[in-house]
Design a protein around this ligand. Structure first.
Ligand code: SF4
Length: 306
C-alpha cells in the first residue's frame, strides 16, 4: 500500500488565527470565558478548549452580563454585536478576515439598494452572520442551481451576489453561470469569495483522485469545507470517507486498496492526519508515503491586540 498526502494539511490562516485568539484571551484572563458557537468546526479543537473550562454557547443570553466572549471564525451579524454591547460583554472577534471581506461586500451592495443573492448553506453560521449585513427586503439566499429560476427578483433591478467562503468551486462556478444567464447585468462579488484555503484543498483532492483508489478526508461532519472535499472525491469517481479521528477508520475501507489519499479540512489539527497514517501503518504494509510541499506556508492573518 502507498499513502499520498495532500499538500494542504493543517490549519488555514483563518482557523490558526481564531485558535490563537482563544489561547491568548485564555492565557491573559483565564475563565470564565465563553465562545459564541464552535470557534471552528472541529471536534478535537472544541473539546480541547472545553477541557480548559472554556464554555461554548449558541445564545448570548447564556453569557453573564459583563462577561468575556469570543466570536467564532465564521463571523456574526451586526445584531449579535449590538446584543453583546447591550449586555456590556467584553468581546473579541475571531471572525476570519476573509469572511469579513464578504460581510463588507454584502453590506455595500445592500447600502446601494442592490438585491443581494447570498450563495451558501442556509443553516451554516457563516451564512447566518453574512445575511445580517443585508437589508432583509434585498436578501435572497440560495444553495443550488435549481433555485435560480425561483428567485423573486425583478430582472430590471440591480442584482449582485456573494458566496460562503467554503463552497465547492465547481458548483459555485456553475451556479453563477446560471445566475448570469437569468440576470445578464449581475454584479460580481468584488473579490473571489470562495477562499484560498478552500480552493487549494479542493485542487489538492483533485490531484489525489488522479493517483488514488480511496481518499480519506479528515474533518468533522459539521465542517463545510471538509464535506466539500469528500463530495469532490466522490464526484471524481473515487471512494471517499470523512472521518473525525483515526478511531473511525475501519479495515473494510482500505481492504484490497493500493493507493490511499489523505487530506484534511482547514480546521483539522495536523495530529489527526498523523494518527491516521499511524493507524493505517499498524494494519497494512505501507511501502511509501508520498508528501508534497504545501503552498500555504506564508499565509498568516494579523492577531488583534488582546
Ligand atoms: S477556510 Fe478560508 S474563510 Fe474559512 S477560516 Fe479558513 S481562510 Fe478563513
Amino acid at each position: 500500500m502507498e499513502i499520498y498526502l495532500a499538500h494542504t494539511q493543517g490549519f488555514c490562516a483563518g482557523v490558526a488565527r481564531a485558535i490563537d485568539i482563544v489561547n491568548r484571551v485564555y492565557e491573559k484572563h483565564n475563565t470564565p470565558l465563553y465562545v459564541f458557537h464552535e470557534i471552528v468546526h472541529n471536534t478535537l479543537v472544541v473539546e480541547s478548549f472545553k477541557k480548559k473550562g472554556i464554555q461554548f454557547v449558541d445564545d448570548l443570553s447564556d453569557v453573564p452580563d459583563g462577561g468575556r466572549v469570543i466570536f467564532s471564525a465564521h463571523g456574526v451579524s451586526p445584531k449579535i454585536i449590538e446584543d453583546a454591547q447591550k449586555k456590556n460583554l467584553i468581546f473579541f472577534d475571531a471572525t476570519c478576515p476573509l469572511v469579513h471581506r464578504v460581510h463588507k461586500c454584502a453590506s455595500e451592495f445592500s447600502k446601494d439598494g442592490i438585491d443581494v443573492i447570498l450563495i451558501g448553506h442556509k443553516k451554516h453560521q457563516e451564512v447566518i452572520g453574512t445575511k445580517g449585513y443585508v437589508d432583509p427586503s434585498l436578501l435572497h439566499i440560495i444553495q443550488g442551481e435549481d433555485e435560480v429560476e425561483n428567485l423573486l427578483i425583478d430582472s430590471s433591478k440591480k442584482v449582485g451576489y456573494v458566496t460562503q467562503t467554503t463552497l465547492s468551486l465547481d458548483d459555485t462556478k456553475n451556479l453563477v453561470q446560471r445566475l448570469k444567464a437569468r440576470f445578464p447585468s449581475l454584479i460580481d462579488a468584488k473579490v473571489e469569495d470562495v477562499c484560498y484555503a478552500t480552493q487549494n484543498r479542493q485542487n489538492a483532492v483533485k490531484e489525489l483522485c488522479n493517483a488514488c483508489d480511496t481518499i480519506i478526508i479528515c474533518g468533522s461532519s459539521n465542517s463545510s469545507n471538509s464535506n466539500r472535499l469528500r463530495e469532490l472525491a466522490e464526484k471524481c469517481g473515487v471512494e471517499s470517507y470523512l472521518i473525525d479521528s483515526a478511531d473511525e477508520i475501519k479495515l473494510s475501507m482500505l481492504n484490497n486498496k493500493e493507493k490511499i489519499g489523505i487530506s484534511s479540512g482547514a480546521s483539522v489539527p495536523e495530529s489527526v492526519v498523523l494518527d491516521v497514517i499511524d493507524k493505517i501503518k499498524s494494519e497494512f504494509p505501507v511501502s511509501e508515503i508520498h508528501i508534497s510541499e504545501s503552498p500555504e506556508k506564508q499565509v498568516a492573518f494579523p492577531i488583534p491586540e488582546i
